[in-house]
Design a protein around this ligand. Structure first.
Ligand code: ADP
Ligand code: MG
Length: 598
């Protein structure tokens, strides 16, 4: 084919693809424009997860009559004039692409009135073409309505997910802006129902309560600012770098199963940055159990010249002149806050201090083991131990020689426990070091799925149904998967707004706090598009087992270890945990001989 310049509408559709990926990108761009326009109230309404309609209304400065059409041209902006201005960006927008991109792939109605002018203007564009322009009355500010997103790009439209999923992405963006701009009042409604509102009183803690509920909102620790008007700087290096860190972090007693509750902003812009996320996690070093992460909202304030925001059209990645300085600033501020404000004495997790050599610890461990064993004897069989042995009918008939299939384990003899985390066992071909948590997860997982197969899941009804208030995103996610949850023993139902009513839990996790377990489940389900080979039920089952399994750092009695190993021998895939990590390390007799030079 000969080389040709693409027709204007094709070129603009291609360019639009970089800015507008899904309904939530439209919400993001329009809300950013409202914030840049100094609005105080920003209202977002959607229908059908934003696929049918998105409307953002603000009371900002509006656009003067003479400029309304220019706003929809590509690369037209009021926020930047020279390339040099790029180093002093203080607005969220600056590329002048959003309105043009959105208009290229939808039907847009833009009604605006500049505060200095007596009347407003209404523009209507379809697929980027102007179809209506007239005077219109409205209070100062702007209302942008975007209908039928991707009506002219069927390929894109096909890639959109369920209404719920798209809605969740919108919820996530809106709560981010509410946190970054506590002085603004954001209202979000889906299908005419208000699902979220921030107070707009300039208090971040109140926003945190609106997003995460009263309990979590009240428990969060406010990051200690480096500079205090009345005192000297707490850290001279930080002060010299011009970096300030503010926000809220969870105390060590409050944690989550993944990093997605760590929200970062740089100069009022939400950013995704694994290294900075790690700085937050790193500050909790030894304060959290392994595999658990804090909840945090961290705002970095720094000179605009030291951060490049023009890395990607969606602007959620940034580049720093001195990334290490930003990393250190976050880590120091979070750590300092934890040490000074943490309400409870901080206990280190045994597994992080392993190997433990002190004689005192060993004595204590032995003591605890004895107590547990004594307790066990008093309990009816199987009550305390959830990995009770298989019914005897399942055992191989005597006289049969059990040849372990490739995946299966040979019979193992338990030697003892190591660091309260691993079980040392001996088999016909050498030594096995078993990760007690991973192994127990595997055992519970196979059992749970077998019970599910036979519809025999044991569910435990709570004494009193418990209402649990959740962030809109979490509630949406759970609502979407209520059926899968019910198959695994959860009886949970919507209870108005973003509250869920918990009636029953799977027996395995019946003792866990309902709020905690729902958050856990949402985290497990929050994997974007569920991979084809994994079912939703498997995701839920894995998370239930993870919660129910014996933890690393938990001392186990000999009898408990033996039961666990017996149960593991019965598993079809005993060598990996449900998440795919190994449950054991095998050291063969030959390897041992080699190591000892025999
Ligand atoms: P950018 O935000 O990068 O400048 P946009 O395409 O998003 O580019 O917007 C183009 C221009 O339209 C903005 O620079 C601004 O002047 C004007 N504009 C857009 N939305 C609003 C709004 N809600 N209130 C006031 N002005 C707006
Ligand atoms: Mg913009």
């Amino acid at each position: 084919m000969p080389i040709r310049v693409l027709p204007e509408d094709v070129a603009s559709q291609i360019a639009a693809g970089e800015v507008v990926e899904r309904p939530s990108s439209v919400v993001k761009e329009l809300v950013e424009n409202s914030i840049d326009a100094d609005a105080h109230n920003v209202q977002v309404e959607t229908r059908a997860g934003g696929k049918q309609l998105i409307r953002v209304t603000d009371d900002g400065c509006g656009v003067p009559v003479s400029e309304v059409e220019i706003a929809f041209h590509r690369h037209s902006t009021s926020k930047l004039t020279t390339a040099d201005d790029l180093t002093r960006i203080t607005t969220l927008g600056f590329r002048g692409e959003a309105l043009a991109s959105i208009a290229a792939v939808s039907r847009v109605t833009f009604v605006t009135r500049a505060s200095s002018e007596p009347v407003g203007t209404l523009l209507r564009l379809e697929g980027g073409r102007l179809v209506t322009r007239r005077e219109s009355g409205r209070p100062p500010g702007t209302a942008v309505t975007v209908e039928e997103l991707f009506f002219n790009v069927p390929a894109r439209r096909k890639f959109l997910r369920t209404e719920r999923t798209e809605q969740r992405h919108i919820d996530a963006w809106l709560t981010r802006y509410a946190m970054a701009y506590p002085g603004l009042r954001f209202t979000l409604s889906h299908g005419g129902k208000v699902v979220f509102q921030s107070p707009g009183n300039d208090r971040l803690r109140d926003v945190m309560v609106a997003v995460y509920g009263l309990e979590i909102g009240a428990a969060l620790l406010e990051i200690i600012e480096n500079e205090n008007k009345h005192e000297k700087a707490l850290d001279e290096e930080l002060l010299a770098s011009g970096i300030q860190v503010t926000g809220f972090i969870s105390p060590p007693s409050l944690h989550r199963s993944n990093r997605s509750y760590i929200t970062l902003f740089v100069n009022g812009r939400w950013v995704q940055d694994p290294s900075l996320t790690y700085a937050v996690v790193q500050a909790y070093h030894t304060l959290l159990p392994t595999g658990r992460y804090p909840l945090a909202v961290v705002m970095v304030h720094m000179p605009p010249a030291d951060v490049d925001v023009n890395v990607h059209p969606a602007k959620s990645e940034v580049r720093f002149r001195d990334g290490d300085a930003v990393f250190r600033a976050i880590q120091k501020s979070v750590r300092r806050t934890l040490i000074q404000r943490s309400p409870v004495p901080v206990a280190t997790h045994p597994s992080t201090t392993w190997p433990i050599s002190s004689a005192r610890w060993r004595e204590e461990a032995r003591e605890r083991g004895r107590e547990r064993l004594a307790g066990l004897r008093q309990q009816p069989a199987g009550e305390q131990l959830r990995f009770e042995e298989q019914p005897s009918g399942m055992a191989a008939p005597t006289g049969t020689v059990l040849v372990p299939s490739e995946g299966q384990l040979p019979p193992l003899r338990v030697v003892g426990q190591l660091g309260a985390t691993y079980i040392v066992a001996e088999g016909p071909t050498g030594m096995y070091l078993v990760d007690q948590h991973a192994a127990h997860e595997r055992v519970l997982f196979e059992r749970l799925l077998a019970e599910r197969e036979q519809s025999r899941i044991v569910s435990q009804t709570l004494l009193k149904p418990q209402p649990v208030e959740l962030p809109p995103e979490t509630a949406g996610l759970l609502e979407e998967h209520l059926e899968a949850l019910s198959h695994l023993g959860f009886q949970v139902e919507p209870f108005g707004g973003t509250t869920m009513l918990v009636r029953a839990l799977p027996a395995l996790v019946a003792e866990t706090e309902p709020h905690q377990i729902l958050e856990d489940m949402a985290a497990a389900l929050d994997v974007g598009d569920i991979p084809l080979t994994t079912t939703v039920e498997e995701l839920v089952a894995r998370q239930v087992c993870k919660r129910a399994a014996v933890k690393a750092g938990q001392v186990m009695a000999q009898a408990e270890m033996e039961q666990l190993i017996r149960a593991l021998e019965q598993c079809t895939s005993p060598r990996t945990c449900p998440h795919g990590r190994p449950t054991m390390i095998h050291l063969s007799v030959e390897q041992l001989a080699r190591e000892f030079g025999r």
